[in-house]
Design a protein around this ligand. Structure first.
Ligand code: PLP
Length: 463
């Protein structure tokens, strides 16, 4: 393990405090070397106590966060372009969520398991009212990966009961669905499921109908038909497929599917009794300027997985669907002790009310237009280093390439990330060649424009 002064957090970020130009604006404040000297003990202890696998974010010791800003204990303040991990849709520590959690902690249940409560009913009704596909049931979990596992189990059960049985499951190259056993195999960019002694042979990855491999695709419908024909050549037809999973917008690159592709997929699924499962764990609850990302495609879903922005804070996830699919499992077949935890449910109820009250879905859509313009200008300034800008609402990614080779450049991405962090914009490191711009939906227009300006300064410093 490399823990030298030059390398820390996967060798990309400086361990020792870097002298930086002080910054003080209405939104950012950097007045110490970065990381702040007073936070070095916590960083050293983190390196000692936590596994290396968890050490890949910029080494800033978060002390508190409010709205769209993150603070360290030295009083440095960042504009947050990470939303932690595309999660704090209503911002950090929204007062309404803090109040609901505090009230619940003082007076409500702290443990519940699958015993019923009025609160869980209220939350389920609220989520179903917001969901566009005529869903009837909510299956609560704690983490997004669990919701994906549950959806996988449900679709396999659905397929098993069809004439002749259907148990193949399709997903797309580049998708991310989580790190648990099933979810990692559904993820089309899992770094090899080589550690598995018996990988699931009935999960298949269709090529993604767009960048990076199929940029400028002219006929997405024909592309879909060809992918399906290729599968049929391997003996896998619609009649043997239980479901298709999709990450509604691929999070790593802010990449949308072509609408005509998704509509063709929906037609094909209907013709073959195949379920469409939209993974909205990252895109749900306003992130893309709609309540759910798949609304952009004007299709219905059979199952939807949600998490992250459902609470903007505490752990909670869910699968949403129609009763005929959701009721396929027998009582007690799968659940976990903390699924639908009551304190998380309190946070979710308050969070959803904030999204409605503050009109954050429409705001994300409007701010998305602003971001699109600013990022296009940024790309025009560094055309040899920013290959592509993609996204919608407040879910954007800048695809970084090497100015000489024009190939994805992980090194430059990491350097750019750190240079921005040293100037007061908090980014999370994707470990890929994209810089994600995914701020809380409550960010102000001024802070958005300022933060994107800082990305420009940071890149300039690397030229
Ligand atoms: C699209 C998507 N699916 C699934 C997951 C897994 O969710 P969790 O990290 O809560 O297990 C994530 C997390 O980043 C995600 O972005």
């Amino acid at each position: 393990m490399n823990q030298t002064a030059a390398g820390y957090y996967t060798d990309k970020f400086a361990t020792l405090p870097t002298e930086v130009t002080p910054v003080e604006t209405a939104h950012r404040r950097i007045t110490t070397p970065i990381p702040a000297p007073e936070t070095l003990d916590a960083l050293a202890a983190s390196r000692e106590l936590f596994p290396r696998v968890n050490q890949y974010q910029p080494p800033i010791v978060w002390d508190r966060a409010e709205g769209f800003q993150v603070f360290d204990a030295a009083g440095n303040c960042w504009i947050d372009f990470s939303s932690t991990a595309v999660m704090t849709n209503t911002g950090h520590g929204h007062p309404a969520i803090r109040e609901a959690v505090a009230r619940h902690a003082a007076e409500g249940l702290l443990a519940q398991f699958t015993f019923p409560s009025q609160q869980r009913v209220d939350l389920a009704r609220k989520i179903l009212d917001l969901s566009p596909s005529g869903f009837e049931k909510v299956y609560f979990w704690t983490a997004g990966s669990e919701a994906v596992e549950c959806a996988l189990r449900l679709v396999r059960e659905f397929g098993r009961r069809q004439d002749g049985g259907k148990d193949h499951v399709l997903t797309h190259a580049g998708d991310y669905h989580g790190w648990t056993l099933g979810a990692t195999q559904l993820s089309g960019r899992a770094p090899g499921a080589g550690w598995l002694s018996s990988p699931d042979q009935r999960i298949h990855h269709l090529p993604f109908p767009g960048p990076p491999d199929h940029d400028g695709l002219e006929d997405p419908v024909a592309f879909f038909d060809e992918s399906i024909a290729r599968l049929a050549g391997q003996g896998i037809t619609g009649d043997s497929v239980a479901a298709v999973f999709l990450e509604t917008f691929q999070g790593w690159g802010g990449l949308a599917f072509p609408t005509s592709y998704i509509q063709r997929l929906r037609e094909w699924a209907d013709a073959h009794d195949v379920l469409l499962v939209f993974d909205e764990i990252q895109t749900g609850f306003g992130r893309t300027g709609r309540w759910f990302g798949h609304e952009h495609y004007d299709v219905t879903a059979d199952l939807v997985c949600v998490g992250k922005g459902l609470t903007s804070s505490l752990p909670l996830a869910a699968v949403l669907g129609r009763a005929e699919v959701m009721d396929l499992l027998e009582p007690a077949e799968i659940t976990t002790t903390h699924a639908g935890h009551p304190v998380s449910c309190a946070a979710a109820l308050a969070n959803l009310e904030v999204i409605e009250r503050e009109n954050l879905v429409a705001e994300a859509d409007r701010k998305g237009e602003l971001v699109a313009g600013e990022l296009a200008r940024l790309q025009a300034r560094f055309p040899d280093r920013i290959e592509r800008v993609s996204g919608r609402g407040l879910m954007w990614a800048l695809h970084v390439c090497n100015p000489q080779t024009r190939k994805p450049d992980h090194e430059l991405t990491a350097d750019w990330t750190w240079a921005a962090v040293c100037r007061g914009v908090m980014l999370f490191h994707t470990m890929l060649s994209t810089v994600k711009v995914v701020p809380p939906l409550v960010i102000t227009d001024e802070a958005l424009v300022e933060g994107i300006g800082v990305l420009g300064e940071a890149m300039e410093s690397l030229c």
